[in-house]
Design a protein around this ligand. Structure first.
Ligand code: USQ
Length: 356
């Protein structure tokens, strides 16, 4: 079963932005999936913030596993105004709590696979562990949730979700996997390539576009790459193909009853400057000259910092990463160039500032 309330399509209208390639209706996508794979997916339209809707889903469908992707995912969106900050947190936190309560009521043995973010940790000056930290304080030791220093109201909403999920694991015996995902890039997966209607949403605007996707589109239309500040900001990254593999691994190897399991879901670390240089080189190989611009940083974040995040749990389960090689970059760049005739260059400049 797939459940959607089409909120992303509404936010696109609010912001005046479009994905690089139009996304077919969900009904059409479900039909295409059935045609190409023979597998049927039940489709329901509704809002996770309406607990009666969520309860009715869980009561009738009784899922074995819930893959919860249904949240507002953008840091800039959440930092636009009081309204978008409050909305991001209520939408994400209330929706997640309704899922937890529905699980408890109708399928307490089921497994929640929840999309979290590496941004929950921020950029601490110590190694980042996978969710938990053994702390020795005044001679005593305990296993604590890793301390969080998120960088936006959006990232904070995910911290609150993690706390709520860990609480229900401890108190109700919920089984849950929190996928602390890094920044995703890429346009195709094996599944999206089965039919054009299965294509996923690829954003390059300042609100929903992630950094590498933005740089590829900027290079494709000959605009300077928008590095914010010094560009030493370092994050964990993963190919969109690996996001799907990670969810599959989590579902196939469920958490134990009462276990709050955290996977740091990324495959490589890069700085923003690394990515800009890689895209410039890829464009050069395709015969296009690209400039790198250093814009005043619209965000409040460290631009030069220590970053060393552990990410062995998913490899231990068998993840075979698709790394960001020149060949992968060249392929993505060619795909973006082939679809660049309708690109809107007015959405490259960042419009949302973290502070006045
Ligand atoms: N950046 C630039 N230039 C740009 C866009 C971004 O220099 O044109 C910089 C940002 O300042 C930041 C870094 O690139 O330092 C990453 O920014 P991003 O917009 O690609 O990603 P972020 O805001 O961190 O959020 C994205 C997803 C979010 C997910 C998160 C994973 O939108 O849903 O949770 O990546 S993580 O970053 O690990 O928290």
């Amino acid at each position: 079963m797939v459940v959607d309330n089409f909120a992303k399509r509404r936010w696109e209208l609010e912001e005046g932005i479009e994905p690089l390639v139009p996304v077919a209706t969900l009904h059409r996508r479900v039909r295409s999936w059935h045609e190409v794979t023979g597998k049927a997916i039940e489709l329901r339209v509704g809002d996770l913030c309406n607990h009666r809707f969520v309860y009715s889903l869980f009561e009738t469908f009784r899922p074995d596993a819930i893959i919860h992707y249904g949240e507002q995912p953008s840091a800039p969106y959440s930092m636009q105004s009081r309204e978008t900050a409050v909305y991001s947190q209520t939408n994400n936190i209330v929706g997640n709590m309704n899922v937890l309560f529905a699980m408890q009521k109708y399928c307490s043995g089921s497994h929640l696979v929840k999309l979290g973010t590496m941004g929950e940790y921020g950029t601490p000056n110590i190694d980042i562990e996978e969710g938990w930290l053994n702390v020795t304080h005044n001679g005593r030791t305990d296993r604590m949730l890793y301390p969080k220093k998120p960088g936006s109201f959006y990232h904070l909403s995910k911290v609150h979700d993690s706390n709520n999920i860990e609480f229900t694991c401890r108190i109700w015996g919920t089984r849950a996997t929190d996928l602390n995902q890094g920044v995703v890039y890429g346009i195709d997966t094996d599944q999206t390539q089965l039919d054009p209607a299965l294509g996923t949403s690829f954003h390059y605007d300042d609100v929903f576009g992630t950094v590498l996707n933005r740089f590829l589109v900027q290079a494709a239309v000959g605009m300077p790459l928008t590095v914010y500040g010094k560009g030493g900001q370092t994050r964990g990254f993963l190919n969109i193909r690996d996001t799907i593999a990670c969810v599959t691994l989590a579902v196939d190897n469920p958490a134990q009853k009462g276990e709050f399991r955290v996977f740091n879901q990324f495959t490589e670390q890069f700085s923003v400057n690394d990515l800009a240089n890689m895209v410039k080189a890829a464009a050069g190989r395709a015969g296009r000259a690209v400039e790198i611009a250093h814009l005043p940083n619209p965000r409040v974040e460290l631009e030069e910092h220590y970053y060393n995040a552990k990410h062995s749990a998913l490899s231990d389960l068998g993840l075979k990463p698709h790394l960001l090689t020149d060949a992968v970059l060249d392929q993505m760049f060619a795909r973006v160039c082939a679809n660049s005739s309708t690109v809107d260059p007015t959405v490259f400049q960042p419009r949302v500032r973290w502070s006045a």
